[in-house]
Each structure stands twice: as structure tokens, then as C-alpha cells.
Design a binder for this molecule. Structure first.
Ligand code: PGA
Length: 534
């Protein structure tokens, strides 16, 4: 498969139009296989222009479309019949009798499919097939399925496709659940194939297409057996191979990433004493990885603040340390550095629970409360530090002291450390409770999981601690919602292993149907994935 990476959607459409136009110039009686969806619209616009300018002629062209919803009336403005007339056929000099689209009005879909196969054969097969690709890897409506049907057939659409299509219909009930589609073998019989992909939401599937072996769960991988396929995609769909480095207080994680897929990972223990030695170790690992993978960029997430390129982090040997500059002494390629919580938020926004939203706030519950703010799919940066959500002050009077120098910071009440402290206090005040027993058994090892074990025993003291902890969480979350108006709050950290048990009461008490409250999907990988995307 050849790959052409374009700057943007316009360039992708231009490249595709050049190839299709050449095909029509070389063979005016070509049989074209056409696709619908949002991706080929720019290509069709350019073909219309080329036809108007007299550069290409459609008068002898025959077309076969890949698919059509079933059942659907041709007059329905969401039918592919309607789409093709609007987007291409009515605007070029093609003979409508030479345009074929599976008939969504038929009462006998199986006969329609068999007949469609015959018609394609009668016309000598498809010379050049245009394809889009679904986020789930479908081509045409060949959905991921162990038993991919190979000829034109009636198929059930997957939930993922129904959801992706729902944006075109006014109500959910109207979205068709079935379709008539060329099969994989019908598509593979085309002499040439152009596959188009545009936008970040296709980057994961493009990466799977390029890196995975042929498999039926990404039907597009079947194209690998075809000798003449060209993938034309834009930069958002083809992110390239990147290296993300997530520096933490205990270990540094490296991830080679393509389109949200981790191709390789490694890690080593954080060097606590010498910043220069630490940088040498990081650079050595980066250079080792670069020998194995065609790395396009390196992104680094570090704890702490970054001011004029100088990093200061309390649990690392970085004190106003020029991290980027030092790394560049050893690594000869672009390196981007950002705060680790920002990176985690970016990772979650690009590839995790935040993928479907443009504005998210990531709240990480751990020793403290970390945060990252993504607005319009971009990290929000202040002058030198932003997203320190753990340090919004929620107790004006008699607030607990915080190592940051303030009192009453949110993380003193809503971190997991605070949750454990609250549980210990309650246990000591209620020595007949299950929580006290568990505390006595575990002493300083009391952790979030053990508090949930007390809850499992129906301990009312643990329940009260948990309810109050949720109240503290909700106070901060509500403030974040009021200030930033996000689509979603994504909560991360080990405690979120409790899933809905933690999130459902937060959702209930936040009580705002405009804001989704979800658990991080990427968890420990979010930082490295986000760093790679810097
Ligand atoms: P899209 O659809 O062009 O609207 O992204 C492509 C497809 O689902 O095949």
C-alpha cells in the first residue's frame, strides 16, 4: 500500500482528484467505484470543476456506488442515491443511466445484491475504486465481523456506525440499522483502489491499517492483499510515529505511539540526585528507540512548572533546570515539553474518554489532585502554569494548610491522601465500626481499596466518610464546571478503578445534564500518549 500524507483535507482532495482525473483522461470509458460520506465531498467538488473546465469528460463513464442504506427511499435526502445526485451526478456530464447504486427501495434485497454483482461483471469490473474508512475500520459497510461476507450483500450496521451516522438524521429512530454493500471480494476485484482518510478521529484506524496484520476486526486491513492501493490521508489522520516520555516521581515511561496505538514501551527508575545524569539517561533511551522506529517528534511530560523553558519540580532533581536545552545537546530532533498533567489531559482528549468532546477537564485523584484543561481540543496554558485545580481554595476560614503555602486547597480535602486521613479520623472516633477494625488490621497501610472493603461490609461509618468525600469532590468539580463550561470532567487515578461506584454519586450530586462525568480510559498511559501528541 502506498501512502500519501497531505497537509490537510483540501490537499488530500486535490491529490485524489488528480488521480481520478488522470484515470478518466487515460480511459474515458472507465468504470469508477464511488463512495459516500463526508470524506470524498472535496474530491467530487474538484472533479466537478475539472469537468466544467473541460479537462475531464464523464459522458462515457460508468459508476458503481459502494453501498446504500436499507431500507430507504431514494427521495430521502439521507439516501446515498440522493447524496450522489447532489454531490456529483447532477453537476457533471454523466449519463444517469450509467450510474448504479444498490436499490434501498427493493423488496428483495438478496436478488438486488446478486444482480448488482452481475452488473459490475457485465461492465468489465471496476477500474478505480474510491473508498472512505469508518472509525471502526469498515470499508463500504463491511463491518468488523469474523465472517466477513465477500460479495454484495445485506448487512446489519454496528452500533458504532449507527452512532457515527446519527449526525445526519434528525432522530435516532430514523437512522437505518441495515445496508446493502459491496463485499470485500467485490472491492478487491477493482483494478485500482484509492482509500481516503481525513481527521484525527481516523488516526487510530489508519494506524491499525498500517501496523496490524490482516484481520477481520479491521476490515480495511484486507486491502493489504491488493497490489494497487494508495492511501491518501491528511496529517491529522496520519500522525506518524512519535515518542512520548512521561517523567514521574518514581519512574520514567517511554511510549512509541502511532495514532493512539502504543507500538513499543519501556521504562526505568527516576534518577533523584543529578539532573544532568537523569537527562543523559533519558536521551540515551530516546536515541536507542530512534534507531528502531522512524520517530517524527519527541514529547516530554514532566511534573512541576515550566517557566521560560526552566523546569522546577519538587520531587525531581529539576530546580529551574533547562530540560529541553539539555536534551537537545544529545537528541537531534524536535522536542516538546509540557506539564505531565497537561499531557495526560491531552492524551485522554485525543485517544481516551475525552475523544468525543472538545472541552474537557481532567482531574487526577492521588497524593494530591492534579488537573489539565483542554479547550477546543488544545491544552490551556497560562503564563507559566495552569490547570493546578488541586489548589483552588475551597475553605476560606480555618482551611487545612497545604505544602503550596496556601490554606484550604481542594486537594487537602479531595485527594486520595485526604480520603484516607478522613477515614482514619472517623475510625478512631468509632472504635466499634468495621472501618476501625480494618484500620487496626492494616495500620498505616490503610488505603482507598480497604475503605471500600469496609463499605462492602455495610459499615455506616465508612459510608459517612465516603459520602462526605464525594461532597468535597463535588464542591471543586462544580467550580470547574462554572468557570470553564466543559463538555466533560474526566476523572483519573487508582481510585477510579471503583468505576461507577465512585462516579455515579458525583454525577448525581453535580446534577448537570450538560456535563458528562467519566472515568479516564487510558489511566497510566494517558501521560505518555499525550506527551507524544505535543
Ligand atoms: P466519513 O465516512 O467519510 O463520513 O468519515 C467514511 C466511512 O464510514 O466509510
Amino acid at each position: 500500500m502506498r501512502v500519501i500524507v497531505c497537509e490537510n483535507y483540501e490537499e488530500m482532495s486535490e491529490q485524489a482528484a488528480k488521480l481520478v482525473s488522470s484515470q478518466l483522461i487515460l480511459k474515458p470509458e472507465s468504470v469508477l467505484g464511488l463512495a459516500t460520506g463526508s470524506t470524498p465531498i472535496g474530491l467530487y467538488q474538484r472533479l466537478i470543476e475539472n469537468n466544467k473546465k473541460g479537462e475531464i469528460d464523464f459522458s462515457q463513464v460508468t459508476t458503481f456506488n459502494l453501498d446504500e442504506y436499507y431500507p430507504i427511499k431514494r427521495t430521502n435526502d439521507q439516501s446515498y442515491y440522493y447524496f450522489m445526485n447532489e454531490q456529483l451526478f447532477s453537476k457533471v456530464n454523466i449519463n444517469p443511466e450509467n450510474t448504479y447504486i444498490p436499490n434501498g427501495e427493493t423488496k428483495t434485497p438478496n436478488d438486488e445484491c446478486a444482480n448488482y454483482e452481475k452488473l459490475i461483471k457485465m461492465h468489465g469490473g471496476v477500474d478505480l475504486q474510491i473508498l472512505g474508512i469508518g472509525q471502526n475500520g469498515h470499508i463500504g459497510f463491511n463491518e468488523p465481523d469474523a465472517n466477513l461476507n465477500s460479495k454484495t450483500h445485506l448487512t446489519n450496521l454496528t452500533e458504532n456506525t449507527i452512532e457515527a451516522n446519527s449526525r445526519f438524521f434528525t432522530s435516532d429512530e430514523e437512522v437505518p440499522r441495515q445496508a446493502l454493500t459491496m463485499g470485500i471480494s467485490t472491492i478487491l476485484k477493482s483494478k485500482k483502489i484509492i482509500l481516503l482518510a481525513s481527521g484525527a478521529n481516523k488516526s487510530r484506524v489508519v494506524s491499525a491499517l498500517l501496523n496490524d496484520a490482516i484481520n477481520t476486526s479491521v476490515p480495511a486491513t484486507m486491502l493489504k492483499v491488493h497490489p494497487d492501493v494508495v492511501l491518501i490521508c491528511d496529517k491529522d489522520a496520519y500522525t506518524g510515529v512519535r515518542l512520548g516520555v512521561d517523567i514521574g516521581g518514581t519512574e520514567v515511561k517511554f511510549a512509541v505511539v502511532e495514532g493512539g496505538k502504543i507500538l513499543y514501551r519501556s521504562q526505568f527508575e527516576t534518577e533523584k540526585d543529578s539532573a544532568d545524569r537523569f537527562v543523559e539517561q533519558i536521551a540515551e533511551e530516546c536515541n536507542k528507540i530512534r534507531k528502531e522506529y522512524p520517530i517524527k517528534t519527541i514529547g516530554i511530560g514532566t511534573p512541576g512548572t515550566i517557566k521560560n523553558g526552566l523546569v522546577s519540580a519538587s520531587n525531581l532533581p529539576f530546580k529551574s533546570y533547562p530540560l529541553g536545552k539539555r536534551l537537545k545537546d544529545y537528541i537531534d530532533m524536535p522536542i516538546n515539553i509540557d506539564n505531565d498533567a497537561n499531557c495526560a489531559a491531552l492524551g485522554e482528549s485525543e485517544f481516551g474518554a475525552g475523544e468525543k468532546y472538545e472541552n474537557i477537564i481532567m482531574v487526577t485523584l492521588g497524593t494530591g489532585v492534579g488537573g489539565g484543561i483542554i479547550i477546543d481540543n488544545k491544552i490551556c496554558h497560562g503564563k507559566y502554569s495552569m490547570g493546578e485545580v488541586g489548589h483552588i481554595i475551597i475553605e476560606a476560614k480555618n482551611g487545612l494548610p497545604c505544602p503550596c503555602g496556601q490554606t484550604g486547597c481542594w486537594e487537602q480535602y479531595a485527594s486520595v491522601t485526604a480520603f484516607i486521613r478522613q477515614a482514619k479520623t472517623a475510625a478512631l472516633e468509632n472504635t466499634d465500626s468495621a472501618l476501625y477494625r480494618i484500620y487496626k488490621e492494616n495500620g498505616e497501610k490503610l488505603n482507598g481499596k480497604l475503605i471500600f472493603a469496609a463499605l462492602d461490609e455495610g459499615c455506616p461509618v465508612a459510608q459517612k466518610v465516603f459520602d462526605e468525600y464525594i461532597d468535597w469532590l463535588v464542591v471543586g468539580i462544580k467550580s470547574l464546571i462554572n468557570i470553564f463550561g466543559p463538555d466533560a470532567i474526566i476523572i483519573a487515578g487508582g481510585i477510579t478503578k471503583q468505576g461507577e461506584r465512585l462516579v455515579a454519586p458525583i454525577r448525581e450530586r453535580v446534577n448537570n445534564s450538560d456535563v458528562a462525568i467519566e472515568v479516564s480510559e487510558l489511566q497510566n498511559d494517558a501521560g505518555a500518549l499525550g506527551a507524544a501528541m505535543l
